[in-house]
Design a protein. Structure first.
Length: 288
């Protein structure tokens, strides 16, 4: 089966999940094509048997860059099944509404969402998880993804349960799309900046430019955090949300990390429930 996965990944977590998902699909004999939505799109969706869309949850919605990408897709001649993969930093049910707008847009293109999969990965904004927690999140995802791939190939519908008034809540939280553009204009660089221009080159919306030798942040920011998270000098201030800034890649191979978890009470029950449910599913399906 020929499978296309279109995805956006701000700082790498979603890409890590998408790559693993693709790997598991290929192990089952499928041909998988990955398309980053920030790159030029020249493919014909009609040529694929199954299409997927992946993204990190932004304020309980799909990022604007994903929605804009879908809007530009041509309407298919016949209906095609679609799966959605998303990642978030916390396992709360409100994240399940993130696909509502995306699903609506895809339906207009004759693409019907029948499968949804969600994985918890570490934050790139709000606060920094410990490497120990990042390791646990990734190890859990690596074990669950093959199970989800199996259900996908068996065509077993998998929809995330939406919360009460989910459509309305998703609409309200989409203010982040406007707010990101507003806040993005207030990004600044500190004296630690060495003018390496990495942020300019990797910004997915080309929002960062150089004018008169200085960095300039425009009005097309989508708050993906790529520039601030990956800046090796930690030199970018993210406007009104600077107290939430997270900088530096996680070490996903450090289960023995002994650093203090300053946020161990944050969504504690939700994390415990997520890992318990995943462990129970892994154990159950390994016995079958």
């Amino acid at each position: 089966m020929k499978i296309l996965i279109c995805y956006f990944s701000g700082t790498g977590n979603t890409k890590r999940v998408i790559d693993k998902f693709a790997e598991c699909l290929e192990e089952k004999g499928n041909e998988v094509t990955l398309q980053r939505v920030e790159h030029e799109f020249k493919l014909d969706v009609e040529d694929f048997d199954l299409v997927g869309f992946g993204y990190p949850v932004h304020a309980f919605n799909a990022p604007k860059i994903i929605l804009d990408f879908v809007k530009k897709l041509p309407k298919l001649k016949e209906k095609k099944d679609v799966f959605v993969i998303n990642t978030s930093g916390e396992p709360i049910k409100l994240n399940n509404i993130s696909s509502i707008k995306l699903t609506s847009l895809l339906k207009k293109k004759n693409m019907i969402v029948k499968y949804e999969y969600h994985y918890v990965m570490p934050y790139n904004i709000i606060f920094r998880h410990t490497d120990r927690m990042a390791y646990k999140m990734w190890e859990t995802a690596k074990k669950v993804i093959p199970l989800d791939v199996k259900t996908l190939l068996e065509k077993k519908p998998a929809k995330l349960k939406k919360v009460f008034m989910g459509r309305f809540l998703a609409y309200i939280f989409r203010i982040e799309h406007w707010g990101g553009r507003f806040n993005g204009k207030h990004y600044k660089v500190s004296k630690e900046c060495v003018n390496c221009n990495c942020c300019v080159n990797m910004c997915p919306t080309k929002n960062i430019t150089i004018k008169d030798g200085e960095l300039h942040f425009g009005k097309n920011c989508i708050m993906c955090m790529r520039c601030s998270f990956l800046c090796q000098k930690n030199a970018i201030k993210i406007g009104f949300f600077n107290k939430w800034k997270v900088n530096g890649v996680y070490n996903f191979n450090n289960p023995n990390d002994t650093s203090e978890d300053k946020h161990k009470k944050y969504c504690k029950k939700a994390y415990e429930r997520y890992f318990k449910q995943c462990d129970e599913r892994i154990a159950k399906e390994s016995e079958e």
